[in-house]
Each structure stands twice: as C-alpha cells, then as structure tokens.
Design a protein around this ligand. Structure first.
Ligand code: SAH
Length: 243
C-alpha cells in the first residue's frame, strides 16, 4: 500500500487544536504525511495536547511558506469544500475521491487539500485541484470542523486502501505523471502564448484559464505529453516571430 505517498495539506490553519486533532485522525488511519501551509501557530502545546499519541505525526509535519511548495511534486491534488462554487469544479463523493488518491499514490505523491477554518479554500487554490470532494451534510449547516472533515476523508482513504490491497488493479502508465510544478509552468506558458496570439484578453483572463486548467487537469498528463504540449507552445511562439 502506498499510503506514505498520500499527503494531507492544511492551508493556513488558524486553530492549533485542529492541527493536533488532524494528526490524530491521520495516524488512526495509517496516514503520516502532514503538510502545513502558513500555519498561524505552530508548534503549539494545544496542538500537541490534541494529538494524543500522534505527536510523531505533528513533529514530522512539513511547514511550507506557500501552496506551491506543498504541492510541487504531487501529480494528483484533490481539494475539499463544504459548498458549491459559482464555477463548478469536477466533484467526487468522499469514497470516489479517496479511491482516486489511493490509485494515484501508486505512481507518486498525491494530496488532499483542506482550507482554513473560516474561509475554506480560495478559488485560486481550487484551480490547483483535479477534483473537489464535498462531504454530504445538512444543506443548511454543511461546514464541518476542519479535523472532522480530515477524519472522514482519512477513513475513506483507509477503506479504499484495504479494498485496493484485495483487488490490486494497476493502471499501466507510459511516463511519469506530470507534477503540480510541471502543470503550473505549463499554465503560465499557455497563458503567455494565448495572450501573444490575441486569444486571451489580459483584462479578463481568469475565466478562460480556469476552464483550460479544468480541461488539462482532467486529462491526467504524463511527462511525455507535457513535453509535446510545451513543444507546441514554443513552436507557436517561434512561428509568430517568423512571419
Ligand atoms: N466556509 C468554509 C468552511 C471551511 S471549514 C467553506 O465553505 O469552505 C474548513 C475546511 O474543512 C474546508 O476548507 C474543507 O477543507 C473542510 N470541510 C468542512 N466541511 C466540509 C464538507 N462538508 N465537505 C468537504 N470538506 C469540508
């Protein structure tokens, strides 16, 4: 089981108690890899208290100054959100999301992304996600405590991993899956070329890029495919200069 490739990423958590409770929820479900992006208070005695025996997970937490740093080597990122947004991201239920992560973990690091207690994940952070998982809950009160949401999804991961052990279906892959850092470089390049050829209006760029990110994220590119796409972009830029 490649559970060690499954990363739980908390983006800007404000309550140390939630960070501790997350560590405990993870360890119960055999997860060890905790990443904290700009935590408000860490380390903290409150976090250690709430971790109750999972302080090794807390001590091993990787503290990151940016989401880029936390995700750079991940080839599959699944975000979590309590509410539906204006532009919908492809959504999965908790079991399907966990299943994708367990399958993906066989090929390298993957991440479940959790938002800040008050605000949740920003749209720009959801743009990094291949899928979004929403835990079904009462529509009039659907926002769970952060560590409770981690617990439910960690449990689904554990169940998916047990089933995976029994079934062991392996997807054949030709190349290395493209990482988040590869994808971010590609999107920058794509945006640059789309502006150069006059397809993207820099005054109103967000909507088109978001749709394109969704399209390419859905494709699950490998490094060979990424090289082809980057090659097409470079050739487009060179062709432009020839005329
Ligand atoms: N108002 C915020 C709530 C943040 S709760 C929002 O609408 O997103 C803090 C975090 O817990 C969320 O960012 C998400 O990662 C997780 N979470 C809470 N409730 C959830 C739910 N029903 N489904 C999935 N994740 C949830």
């Amino acid at each position: 089981m490649a559970l060690s490739n499954i990363r739980i990423v908390l983006v800007r958590p404000t309550h140390p108690g939630n960070v501790g409770a997350t560590a405990r929820a993870m360890k119960n479900m055999s997860l060890r890899s905790l990443y904290l992006v700009e935590p408000e208070k860490f380390p903290s005695p409150e976090a250690t208290d709430r971790a109750v025996g999972a302080d090794d997970v807390l001590q091993g937490a990787v503290i990151c100054a940016s989401l880029d740093e936390a995700l750079k080597d991940c080839h599959l990122v699944i975000g979590t959100s309590a509410r539906m947004r204006r532009i919908e991201w492809p959504t999965l239920d908790p079991a399907a999301g966990a299943n994708r992560l367990v399958q993906g973990a066989q090929h390298g690091p993957v991440a479940f992304l959790f938002g800040q207690e008050r605000t949740g994940l920003l749209n720009s952070e959801l743009d990094r996600c291949h899928f979004v998982v929403t835990i079904p809950a009462d529509p009039s009160y659907s926002s769970l405590n952060l560590a409770s949401a981690v617990q439910i999804l960690a449990y689904e991961i554990y169940r998916a991993a047990l089933a995976e052990k029994l079934e062991t279906v392996r997807e054949p892959r030709e190349g290395r899956p493209a990482s988040d850092a590869d994808m971010q470089r590609f999107y920058q390049h794509l945006e640059e070329v789309l502006q150069q050829i006059g397809f993207l209006d820099p005054a109103n760029p967000r909507f088109l890029m978001r749709r394109l990110m969704r399209l390419f994220n859905r494709a699950g590119l490998d490094d060979n495919e990424m090289n082809i796409l980057r090659g097409i972009l470079t050739a487009t830029q060179q062709g432009r200069h020839k005329t």
